[in-house]
Design a protein around this ligand. Sequence first.
Ligand SMILES: [Zn+2]
Ligand SMILES: [Zn+2]
Length: 269
Amino acid sequence: MSPQPRKSLIAHIFAKVQFYGVVFVLIPFIFVFQITIVYPELVRKLKVSLVEQIVHICLISFCFINVIGNLIYSIMMDSSLKRPVFGEGTYCEECRMVRPVRSWHCMQCNVCIVKRDHHCSFLSRCVGLYNQRYFVLFLGHVMLSMTYATYYNYYFVTMKFKGDGWALSAFRIFNPLLRFIIPEPMGYKDVYLFFLIMNVALIVWSGTLFYWHFKNVLMGVTSYEARFPELKDASRWKQNLRNVFGTKWYLAIICPMCESPLPEEAKYV
Ligand SMILES: [Zn+2]
Ligand SMILES: [Zn+2]
């Protein structure tokens, strides 16, 4: 057999940089920015009471732990097939073993994935039986966190612009050529406005993906199976929810560290 070039090397490096950049730079940066710049000024200008401050700090910490925790667990939990199954299944020519029903071979990961949902290029791995919970909840918590961040960043940006000129600034962010028309140099308030726009963009991105994946979870189908309406079963939504989020699903949705074992049924249906 002739040597094969590593076709996915650049994609592999890009995915790694993307992942470590998001986990160790982007998410902590957003958290530190909100807690050290936006939050203290809002507290001072809006005269927020001590009780409200404690509630906000708890909410910000809750968002941070759930976003970063679910992201890290999505990577750490491995859904690849380690050994052949005995009983009902199909034979994989690539792995040369019998895999359970609903398991598929991933060409990028080069392994069979148990209850394969899809290959996520952002995580650089497949989403399957053991990491789907964390993947879906990561999207849900990004959506909630960005909605919350948009709420108070809106007040922050409004204060900076004093209610005037923000629309023109937004145009200039996306079209730097406007600086020839607007002589005033860009400043901090333009950067704050850019963060607010990013907040809204992330709500749209995570909200759309969360809607799609959570709907599939409730219907009991994977992303591939969602093409076939006859496989969807909304009447079993409670059991479908447990099959992805585990028996303690109510704890799983508020804390990624909480154990929520999958029911035995989840591995075969
Ligand atoms: Zn395989
Ligand atoms: Zn894969």
